[in-house]
Design a protein around this ligand. Structure first.
Ligand code: BDR
Ligand code: CA
Length: 309
């Protein structure tokens, strides 16, 4: 039976590629998309999710908008990475269908309450919606079948030397989320930087026709093409979090106690990861089967490209 997945996201180049995977994998059933301000403002992340829904044709899946600002402090975006629109230079048709009239936080709580133990929750943006949902209904930590984030790291940051963007954008929310009564799967930078869409990967994806030309390639190359970074290819961070739910066999993981730095002058948003702690609160994927990962992603994208989904 397909695993039900609820994706909380801030599209976002790699969020869009993650959405494509969640929609396309027949072993996953996308039951909802909630949006949060992050890479760009909430109005844009929501408009992007709506446009992607209609372009890909999963019209019956609700898209619910959530928090536009972090729990505390200034709003920080990543438009220097994802472009002003959040989706680089792609232009999708204007969406015609509206977002849900429910707030993302209510949508998350109600969806998890309705089928305890059945819905896998994945967050690929700042953790504001999830923290607000936990504050309003702590039992969601029990109701979620699993909870996976793209965020954090145990060696380095990207927003700052210490902090990864999703945690940096709302450290207080991240602290609430890691302190809750569940085990967080923390798919962090150390893992996601192994998933770079390098030349050979792009060549294979380029065979997917219109879907590749209009969506996949522009999303997977925008940032490397607009920067001088000496990268093999653009990392598809958020895709790894969705892939973890569908294919945990592609990941080698370790239990750890993860705490969030919220006050450090230079380290706010850092995930402090203790692999030796006796009481872990997280599972941290550390190694990716890179070839297996890209074979899986390409297979799913091909199902969408060829109209099998
Ligand atoms: C994360 O930050 C965002 O810019 C990406 O969408 C991803 O979720 C990577 O640090
Ligand atoms: Ca994201």
């Amino acid at each position: 039976m397909a695993k039900k997945i609820l994706l909380d996201c801030d599209p976002g180049l790699d969020d869009a590629l993650a959405l494509l995977l969640a929609h396309g994998d027949p072993n996953l059933e996308l039951v909802g998309v909630t949006t949060v301000g992050g890479n760009v403002g909430l109005a844009r992340t929501t408009a992007n999710a709506l446009a992607l829904r209609e372009y890909l044709g999963f019209d019956s899946v609700p898209v619910a908008a959530g928090a536009g600002e972090p729990l505390l402090g200034a709003t920080r975006d990543a438009s220097h990475v994802h472009g002003e629109s959040g989706l680089g230079n792609i232009t999708l048709p204007e969406p015609t269908l509206p977002s849900s009239d429910r707030h993302a936080v209510d949508f998350i709580i109600e969806t998890l309450r309705a089928t305890p133990g059945a819905v896998h929750l994945v967050a690929t943006g700042p953790l504001t919606n999830i923290a607000l949902a936990l504050k309003q209904e702590p039992a969601i930590a029990r109701w979620a079948a699993s909870f996976t984030i793209m965020g954090g790291s145990f060696t380095r940051g990207n927003a700052t030397p210490a902090a990864e963007f999703n945690i940096y954008a709302d450290p207080e929310a991240a602290r609430v989320v890691f302190d809750a009564d569940w085990q967080v799967v923390m798919v962090g930078l150390d893992l996601t930087l192994q998933a770079q869409a390098n030349g050979p990967v792009i060549e294979r994806l380029a065979t997917l026709g219109r879907l590749a030309d209009e969506l996949i390639l522009p999303l997977a190359t925008y940032w490397v093409d607009t920067t001088n970074a000496d990268w093999d290819g653009q990392a598809v961070h958020d895709v790894c979090a969705v892939a973890y739910v569908a294919r945990p066999d592609l990941f080698a993981s370790r239990p750890a106690l993860v705490r969030i730095e919220t006050r450090g002058e230079f380290t706010s948003g850092e995930t402090v990861v203790d692999f030796d702690a006796p009481y872990p609160n997280a599972i941290v994927p550390v190694e990716l089967d890179v070839n297996g990962f890209w074979a899986y992603v390409e297979h799913v994208y091909r199902l969408v490209a060829t109209g099998h989904v």
